[in-house]
Design a protein around this ligand. Sequence first.
Ligand code: GDP
Length: 705
Amino acid sequence: MPRQYPIEKYRDIGIIAHIDAGKTTVTERVLFYTGISHKLGEVHEGQAIMDWMEQERERGITITAAATTCFWKVDGQEYRFNIIDTPGHIDFTAEVQRSLRVLDGAVVVFDGVAGVEPQSETVWRQADKFNVPRICFVNKLDRMGASFEKDLQSIWQKLTPNAVAMQLPVGEEENFSGVVDLLTMEALKFEGDFGQTVKEEEIPENLKEKAKQWREKLVEKIVAEDEKLLERYLAKPASAKATAGKEEISVEELRKTLRKAVLEYKLIPVFCGSALRNKGVQPLLDAVCRYLPSPTDLPPVKGIEPKTGKNIERAANDQEPFSSLAFKIAADPYVGTLTFFRVYSGTLKKGSYLLNTTTGQKERIGRILRLHAAEREDVSEVFSGDIAATVGLKNTRTGHTLCDERNPIVLEQISFPEPVISIRIEPKTKADQEKMGVALKRLAEEDPTFRIKGDLETGETIISGMGELHLEIIVDRMKREFKVEGSVGRPQVAYKETIKETAEAEGKYIRQSGGRGQYGHVWLKVEPRERGQGFEFVDEIKGGIIPKEFIPAVQKGVKEAMDKGMVAFYPVVDARVTLYDGSFHEVDSSEIAFKIAGSMAFQEAAKKARPVLLEPIMKLEVVAPSDFFGDAIGDLASRRGKIEETKDRLNLKVIDAFVPLSEMFGYATALRSLTEGRGTFTMEFSRYDEVPGNIAQEIVEGKRK
Ligand code: GDP
């Protein structure tokens, strides 16, 4: 089956927003309008649309599906959208990252009353990190207190001075009725029960002058991005600048230049409307087509050739070898485990085999599915730029590369932070033990920052994740989706250990009294590595003084000793271990003997290398009215917080700080009472730091008890 849509007409996008800004409502409307334009054509009765929406709601899952495909026509061309779901809450950094990693462009939704909220800032900065071109949508303009201009101000102030208004609202709050398109200088009205008909009208008299001025600002910004346009613009008499239609610089030329500027993150167009009142969504869809990138607008995806370690690239094109990234594993009630993947290059036919270069295993792609708003479609082939799902992959996880086995590539990994917090969990009834195990395992498969571990001593289950809320939601999902209730213990910080110095030690495991004995003998050197670099094992054995086949066993022994820890039984991280000497015995040496020797040598060496405890440090932003500034700062100091910066934001104070996670339990309640409920905060994991001596002492004693 040949490709139906040229790749230039693909838009792989995400809708990102602060929780409650209206992401779900915007997405719902997008699926609705694209559904009508694609399926129902122009003929539709109010009732038909109602039914459609009802069904949609019942099928709620499609709206929150990892990726949904829909179609939209503008300027006489049809586009195919793949809308990739992005989470609203920052506790799920992994979720945000994996979605930002695979989308090409984003629509950022803001609340027309609240403007830029702390979480919108965090998500914005993450999108910056992934170089995601974006457009903005100021939603909820029908609400009391909503103001497009105030929202724009807060975008300029907190996010970027490069935001440009593309529209002006017609009417305010409950009288909000449509938008003025500042490029075409038409007023758009949304008619029909669901705003399904867009009517172009003349701009209302009282807005004409203002629209002219705003258009001029917009045009100036755009032409500044293109020398030739700028010259022509400056050459024009001032009196003609603001008039549309007559001027030589056409709307098409302006759009073309604006598109280029958006792709280079130089300009960020801002649109407005009210998703709930069905206003402004269609022009937003037009804008996605006009200004956000297709896969071919972006640089080729980078990766590594696994055999040689060489950097290689794959361009978004069907002739290249197939490469794709699995970005979401989801449990589907009908088909089982769905693995969503983004195709970066090449094509894939169902029934073929792919290599998972992350695990080294082959996987058969038995079915390929595409999810639409109302249905699931089996397709026989997917192409570059596609986003699709497959069923039944056992060993592929989020972040793994799936590619052509003859042309292997490992795409740049999504790096997920290690969990920083853990709690004990047990089922409410003994009978649920097994069910709980199954549920937790499924949830862990979906979410790479969620882990499960059994406590060998007590037989209890320990779950770990990125924050209190993250784990609360897991426990809640277990109850709702798997019907298992769990009761949890107190949250515990996931401490780690490391070493501060270099040391060497010998490990000898020799038992030679009658019969076949045991003989393992190694010398190890341990050295600290930089934070976050993890564990490295170096084999410097020469001339076979330890035979090759025993070396992996030594490494295994070292790793086991590291996982057990030394100071307070937390895993040791960021160390290099070099095996540089030892000996063996022709008959008595075995893997097990070398494993034990490796483990003993590591423990000895690490003891001498000044082991210390590490704790997770969180990056915190507190926003509170200035009256409460002093108290908030004092409170952070008592939590061992380090204040990085304090800023004014409108009439609020913003405090940026780093605080150890162990001091942050119950902070939400504390901040609320400290600020009479007016303070808010966001927190994300930053890094691991050494625990100060006196506190480390307490932790060690607590753990030993
Ligand atoms: P999400 O958390 O970002 O997905 O936000 P939702 O789409 O669930 O919206 C949060 C709340 O805001 C819901 O009660 C919506 O009905 C409401 N809402 C969404 N869009 C609008 C809008 O344009 N105007 C008004 N007044 N309310 C809206």
